[in-house]
Design a binder for this molecule. Structure first.
Ligand code: ADP
Ligand code: MG
Length: 237
C-alpha cells in the first residue's frame, strides 16, 4: 500500500519480504487490529510509552501476523518491547505446559535486564517469566517447571539442555536478541545447540540486532526461511 510506504519512509523503516503487514500508527491499534488485552495497554501507559518506536511499529505487526522477523535497530530504540509484546499477546495466558518461549541474550546482565522489562509489562496479569540463573541451571527440576517465557544466556541454557534434560521441544517462540554481540562473544555453538533443541516444527524464530555484520546475515539465512526484514535507519555495518 502507498499509505504504508509513505508512513514507513517518515519513520525511517526499511522493509523487505513478502506480504508485510501495515506498520502500527499508535498503540491503540494493538487493540483495534489485534485484540490486545487491557493489562498490556495499561502497563504501557504506566511506563510512559506513548508512541511506538520505529522498530516496534513494524516488528510487532510482523510477529503478530505469525511471520519470522529479522530486525535491526540502534541500541536504545526499544527492541525488547518489539518482541516481548507480540509474545505476550500470542501466549495469551499463563500455562503449565512446558517451556513456551525462549529469549536468548548474550550476557547475564542483558538477560536480567530483559527479565525485569518483561515483568514490568505483565503487571496485573499472571505469567511465568523465568530468568535462568546459575542456581536454576544447576538445581531446578525442569520436568515440573511452569515457564511461559524463559530468558537465558546461551551458555546456561545449553548447560541445562545437555546436563539437566531441559526440554525445549514445545517452544513456540525463539528470540535471539543482540545477535551481533552473540557473535562477538563467540557463542555461536551454544546458540546452535539451543536452536536445535527448540525442535517444534511450528516455532516462530526472530533475530534482533543493533548492527548487521555478515555473521548475523548468515545466521538469519540459516535459521529463517521466509522472514520479514525490518531495518531502522541506515545499514551501519
Ligand atoms: P534496545 O534493546 O533497542 O537497546 P530497549 O528495549 O532496551 O532498547 O529500550 C530502551 C529504553 O526505552 C528502555 O528503558 C525502554 O523501557 C524504553 N522504551 C521502549 N519502548 C518505548 C516507547 N515506545 N516509548 C518510550 N520508551 C520506550
Ligand atoms: Mg536490547
Amino acid at each position: 500500500l502507498e499509505r504504508d510506504a509513505l508512513f514507513r519512509k517518515t519513520h525511517n523503516i526499511h522493509v523487505s519480504g513478502s506480504k508485510i503487514p501495515s506498520p502500527l500508527h499508535n498503540f491503540a491499534e494493538l487493540r483495534s487490529r489485534y485484540s490486545c488485552r487491557s493489562y498490556l495497554l495499561r502497563n504501557l501507559a504506566e511506563l510512559g510509552f506513548k508512541e511506538p518506536t520505529p522498530i516496534q511499529r513494524q516488528a510487532i505487526p510482523v510477529l503478530l501476523s505469525g511471520r519470522e522477523c529479522f530486525a535491526c535497530a540502534p541500541t536504545g530504540s526499544g527492541k525488547t518491547f518489539a518482541f516481548v509484546c507480540p509474545i505476550l499477546m500470542k501466549l495469551k495466558n499463563a500455562s503449565k505446559d512446558g517451556f513456551r518461549a525462549v529469549i536468548l541474550c548474550p550476557t547475564r546482565e542483558l538477560a536480567a535486564q530483559t527479565a525485569r522489562e518483561c515483568k514490568k509489562l505483565i503487571k496485573g496479569k499472571k505469567f511465568y517469566i523465568k530468568l535462568m540463573t546459575k542456581q536454576l541451571a544447576k538445581g531446578a527440576d525442569f520436568s515440573k517447571f511452569p515457564c511461559d517465557i524463559l530468558i537465558s544466556t546461551p551458555f546456561r541454557l545449553q548447560y541445562a539442555i545437555t546436563k539437566r534434560k531441559l526440554d525445549l521441544s514445545k517452544v513456540e517462540f525463539l528470540v535471539l536478541d543482540e545477535s551481533d554481540k552473540l557473535f562477538e562473544l563467540g557463542l555461536v555453538e551454544q546458540v546452535d545447540a539451543v536452536v536445535k533443541a527448540c525442535s517444534n516444527p511450528s516455532i516462530l524464530r526472530s533475530l534482533f540486532s543493533a548492527t548487521l555484520p555478515d555473521t548475523v546475515e548468515e545466521l538469519a539465512r540459516t535459521i529463517m526461511h521466509d522472514a520479514v526484514r525490518v531495518i531502522i535507519g541506515r545499514k551501519n555495518s
